[in-house]
Design a protein around this ligand. Structure first.
Ligand code: SF4
Length: 128
């Protein structure tokens, strides 16, 4: 059986999508924990693309996703390349932000605290 891994930047099309953050006016994601399941009722009242307002998590679909390369998610590597140099260094003693999915997060499993460091600045790109 495949290991349960959660994608921290899913779209509303994920059948099991959960809200794990909201996108602030400054473009920074504020975390929501525990997660809120994106129910059919909510889908009916929200924008057709709820990922424009919220950070959504969903089951990692691995090779069915365009970001899956070499048995891992390439997106967090690209985000770190773009953002690492703009962010202050983290100290080992720095507290991590609250997170609803950490134990199963694909990015956490790949990059640990370095993924969390850039995570708040990752917004699903709504452009097709
Ligand atoms: S990268 Fe870190 S903060 Fe972001 S979803 Fe994963 S565990 Fe949570």
């Amino acid at each position: 059986m495949a290991e349960h891994r959660i994608c921290p930047s899913a779209t509303g099309e994920s059948p099991d999508a959960q809200i794990i953050g909201f996108i602030g006016a400054d473009g920074v994601v504020g975390s929501i924990a525990p997660p809120i399941p994106l129910t059919d009722e909510m889908r009916g009242t929200l924008d057709a693309r709820p990922e424009r307002k919220f950070r959504l998590a969903g089951q990692c679909v691995e090779s069915k996703c365009g970001n899956w390369e070499n048995q891992s998610c390439a997106l967090i590597g690209r985000m770190r390349q773009q953002l690492d140099c703009h962010l202050p260094e983290t100290e080992p003693t720095d507290k991590l932000q609250r997170c609803a999915i950490r134990s199963a997060c694909v990015w956490w499993r790949q990059d640990g605290p370095q993924a969390c460091r850039v995570c708040s600045f990752v917004i699903y790109n709504p452009s097709e």
